[in-house]
Design a protein around this ligand. Structure first.
Ligand code: HEC
Length: 129
């Protein structure tokens, strides 16, 4: 009888553990102010943007620019510190912001409009550190 009762209770123990677990989760969610599921601090968002920008730059730009954006590349100049206006004009339209003096007189770089959603990330990467 005792062994039977023990077995009979096993599912309930499982349920008890489960509800305790869920209860704990609910508590940590409340006390964490939403920060427990995914870190969404300003630093974390910025770090993610820089990481994304680095990968875009290292795949789309280094055929001509240096993989170290502080240095000139095989064709393109150094681009570290580029403003968002400059990146938008250069990458989306192949132009320069009004009044900007280009580092090169050439017109080798074709616009890369498919990167229109990556400007923020590229900008974050080129202005990091
Ligand atoms: C096909 C080669 C090539 C590729 C690919 C390329 N660039 Fe360029 N880029 C150049 C050259 C060359 C210049 C100098 C002006 C010119 O000839 O167009 C330039 C100029 C620039 C400038 C202006 C610099 C200044 O201050 O005058 C920026 C900013 C820039 N590139 C960013 C990028 C970024 C970011 C990427 C990748 C998304 C990229 N380029 C991809 C060749 C390239």
């Amino acid at each position: 009888m005792i062994r039977l009762a023990g077995r009979g209770l096993a599912p309930f123990r499982f349920l008890l553990a489960l509800s305790l677990g869920l209860g704990l989760l609910a508590c940590t969610n409340k006390s964490g102010g939403g920060a427990s599921a995914e870190p969404q601090s300003a630093e974390a968002i910025q770090a993610a943007l820089v990481k994304r920008g680095r990968s875009v730059y290292q795949t789309q730009c280094i055929a001509c620019h240096n993989s170290n954006p502080h240095k000139p590349g095989s064709l393109g100049p150094d681009v570290y510190g580029s403003s968002k206006e400059l990146l938008e004009a250069r990458i989306l339209n192949g132009t320069y912001p009004p009044g900007y003096t280009p580092k090169r007189e050439t017109h080798v770089m074709a616009p890369l409009p498919h990167l229109k959603n990556e400007i923020d990330a590229i900008h974050a990467y080129l202005n990091s550190n």
